[in-house]
Write a protein that binds this ligand. Sequence first.
Ligand SMILES: *[C@@H]1O[C@H](CO)[C@@H](O)[C@H](O)[C@H]1NC(C)=O
Ligand SMILES: *[C@@H]1O[C@H](CO)[C@@H](O)[C@H](O)[C@H]1NC(C)=O
Length: 353
Amino acid sequence: MLPLPFLFLASYTLVNAGSANKGDPCNQKDSRLQTGTFQFFSDCNSVTYCAANNTCVLKGCRRDEFPFGYEKGSHLPDKCPAGQFCPDEADECQDLLPVDSACQLNRDDECAPPPNADQLRDTTNRGLNVDGAVCLNNVCMWANVTADQTCVVENTGYIAYGASGEFIDIVSRGNCIVGLYCDAVSKQCKQEKALGEACTADKECSSWNCLASGTCGVDTSVPKHVGTGVYVAVGVGIFGGIFGTLLGLFFLHRRQRDQEREKRMQYWREQNAFHQNLLQMRQTARASILSLNGNSARSTMYGRDGLPSDEAPILQHAAPKGSGLRHYLGDDSSEYDDGMMMEPTPRRENERF
Ligand SMILES: *[C@@H]1O[C@H](CO)[C@@H](O)[C@H](O)[C@H]1NC(C)=O
Ligand SMILES: *[C@@H]1O[C@H](CO)[C@@H](O)[C@H](O)[C@H]1NC(C)=O
């Protein structure tokens, strides 16, 4: 079975039109079906057709809801009413063709349906016929041939492109009733094959999929369902991935935080030791000054703000307003103190003094 995107079908590609505009000359003999794609081509551009007088004339009908090549908002030719069809040239609507009339390739819709169209109509969406009518080898007929009766077969080789390059994809059509296929060798209608039966072409399988192994495989248009276990596994994978990442980052950052905290503790210990050294030095200095000058230093000392040290005690009383980490030394050495001190462990300090 061929993957559909690789099929070079006319309805899936851009319209391959000529470049002649409305009123330009064209040659009706150039109008043809392109090799490989069997797409209709003429010298005229996509909004005109080549008329009998070899002039490009605006198209008179359309088949597609949104035909290719028209400017946005421009006037589109009408679609044909029931009982009529728009030919490949799109010149004008024509009445449906009776059995044995000439029709265009793959244009089952050009042929008039049989009286028992409701029974013969293809409802499997495989394009076996349109309302029970089928155009084979450019002749209109009805898809009404029953099992082991003689049928007509039409093989068309489309150029297709796959992973290994260009190849021919043969589409085989017949006029058997739905559920049978026209065997190309015996030219007789045969029963379609069930899953697993041997086959040589897609048309032989009711699933429309003859595997490379030569047996009928499952219909490729059937959606694939996966078990609940797959959903569970995917869900667990997604949430496991998310929470695994979160936990990993948490532990990684926790280690970094611990390292940072240890650094800060180290720094604090150093600063504290430094501070204690300073206090000791000052104590030593005060002791030596007192022993040398007695109380004469008091009248000459100034506070940190340039105020006479006599006013320093006022500042001391503001101490409780500060944070737990900042306060004024409240001991008897305050007259020699130079203001605010960092002292995170006041109790230890009090023990010391
Ligand atoms: C060619 O034929 C179309 C109708 O088929 C007509 O509208 C058009 O005027 C004709 N052009 C010339 C140049 O005769
Ligand atoms: C089957 O279709 C053909 C045209 O393809 C028609 O001539 C013939 O009468 C039909 N047979 C039956 C039994 O309807």
